[in-house]
Design a protein around this ligand. Sequence first.
Ligand code: MN
Length: 487
Amino acid sequence: MNYEFWFVVGSQFLYGPEVLETVAARAAEMAAELSKVLPYPLIYKVTAKTNKEITDVVKEANYDDHCAGIVAWCHTFSPSKMWINGLANLQKPYCHLATQYNVEIPNEEIDMDFMNLNQAAHGDREHGFIAARLRMPRKVIAGHWPDKTVQKRLGDWMKAAVGVAVSKEMKVMRFGDNMREVAVTEGDKVEVQTKLGWQVNTWAVGDLVKEMNAVTDAEIDALVEVYKASYDIATDNMDAIRYQAREEIAMKKMLDAEGCKAFSNTFQDLYGMEQLPGLASQHLMAQGYGYGGEGDWKVSAMTAILKAMGENGNGASAFMEDYTYNLVPGAEYSLGAHMLEVCPSVAAGKPRIETHHLGIGMNEKDPARLVFEGKEGDAIVVSLIDMGGRLRLICQDIHCVKPILPMPNLPVARVMWQAEPSLTTGVECWITAGGAHHTVLSYDVSAEQMKDWANMMDIEFVHIGKDTTVEGLEKELFLNDLAWKLK
Ligand code: MN
């Protein structure tokens, strides 16, 4: 989908046609200039002067699949009762860009004509009131529009809004149920469809096996060439690689036939399959599909959404699991991995394809998988949990490092990180909030973007960052609980 955003500028008839023409010309200029630097086009739509014009543009936005959100601004004063009918019906993300055309107050030029045209300082206050009064989810970004920080924040918000659009169309294909007895990977599928738009349904593993048996040698040859071009082959077991190609081709056919952008499976239900998909799932994730192990369809959908929110619509975001700690004082790290399925979009170098025995679940043969180290850099880990009656999104700031040990006998991809505010306080906060062992780890989606996304989705958001304390978080969770029960 080619997403775009609409620039709607508020005004009124009071100022006469000349001022309105200037407003329209400047708005078109700003949209065109901003579109050169923003991740998605900003299309100037209208200088709205009446209730009908606003209501009409909102109706159009609601029905246009390409429109991922509205950016509003008031160059002149726009009485906000005109906006009520439109905003009350708005179903798309909404950002209030509180900006000003000019950067400087001109000493000689300033007179009452100038004041009539350049009134964003009070026009945007009137506009902000009505959104506050309507309790609308919104993003407010203030600053001069050519400013790099303002542009970066608007671009980041656009990506979060695209995450909303992707969420509302999300279809998850489940192969098998959740791992037996696991609690945190469960969830109310009706609630997630109502709130987030996700269609989560199941397909028989037997149907996947049928699809696998129908894959031709020529199809497998072609995909193995793609593997060879992208990865180093560090095994003689070509049969294992070819088997993963067979699994990937079959899963991709089924996903694409149903329009699914995410899938889950479980090592407890591989009936008729020789291997748990490892390389197959990893290479599907590299192409933007979400994945969750052990039937974790929530983390699968979130992986696809964070990928879509990232750079060029498929960023460095991966299904991850907290595995083990390094608790040496002064060198406290988390080691994240999974039994096979870590997305190579987070790799520091070229991943290697290796084959190893997998001692868990039903695996007749050694599955091929990509092995690599995660790259260094600031990142987040994200977990969506079902609190019963509401969804909670937990997001923690982390800093990924080059793994401090080579770990030559670890047969899976690994990422090592320091959590904010520290490993132990971070763990205490994460556990207090109920965060899962499965997460999405992302290098190019920020906590602010996840907050914006949760806000637009109308779900609870909990952020664990450098200033978080256990005491403060406990208080926040207690108050959140009350607030969400009243909501
Ligand atoms: Mn797991």
